[in-house]
Design a binder for this molecule. Structure first.
Ligand SMILES: Nc1ncnc2c1ncn2[C@@H]1O[C@H](COP(=O)(O)OP(=O)(O)OP(=O)(O)O)[C@@H](O)[C@H]1O
Length: 122
């Protein structure tokens, strides 16, 4: 039990550090709050929640892994190296792909219910 508590504490510490230091999270977190608020307001079906939760979790995980790689590079190889640059670019591309997927999922999951309420009048 204590071991699991320690694992959770380390992970929470990492999450807090990423949110404080990575400006990408200053976009991810407010967008996620707005999307959850919209979902609650529109009372969307379970499958839409599942899609939104999966998409946002994938973006956050990709961002955390990217941050982890950046932090390691700063320690292990602080000087400029095109091979390191390529590796960092690939990790950043992972975040980009996950974000593009999440925007698409958000449009599919929230678009029709939002349209019904705002345009079609319920
Ligand atoms: N040591 C390095 N060698 C070569 N290129 C690097 C190196 N460090 C960074 N780069 C290049 O700069 C880009 C940005 O890297 P950086 O780690 O600064 O990410 P960032 O997203 O700008 O940082 P942050 O997430 O902290 O705002 C990388 O994708 C890579 O192209």
């Amino acid at each position: 039990m204590n071991r699991w508590y320690r694992k959770f504490a380390f992970a929470s510490h990492g999450l807090g550090h990423a949110i404080r230091t990575q400006n990408s999270f200053w976009v991810h977190v407010p967008v996620t709050i707005v999307v959850i608020g919209l979902g609650a307001w529109l009372q969307i079906e379970s499958w839409r929640w599942v899609a939104i939760i999966l998409a946002t979790s994938i973006v956050m995980s990709a961002e955390l892994i990217n941050t982890s790689i950046e932090e390691i590079v700063r320690v292990v190889h602080p000087t400029h190296d095109p091979r390191i640059g390529r590796a960092l670019d690939v990790a950043a591309a992972g975040v980009l792909i996950a974000s593009a997927g999440a925007v698409t999922v958000g449009l599919i999951a929230l678009g029709p219910p939002l349209w019904n309420v705002l345009i079609a009048g319920g």
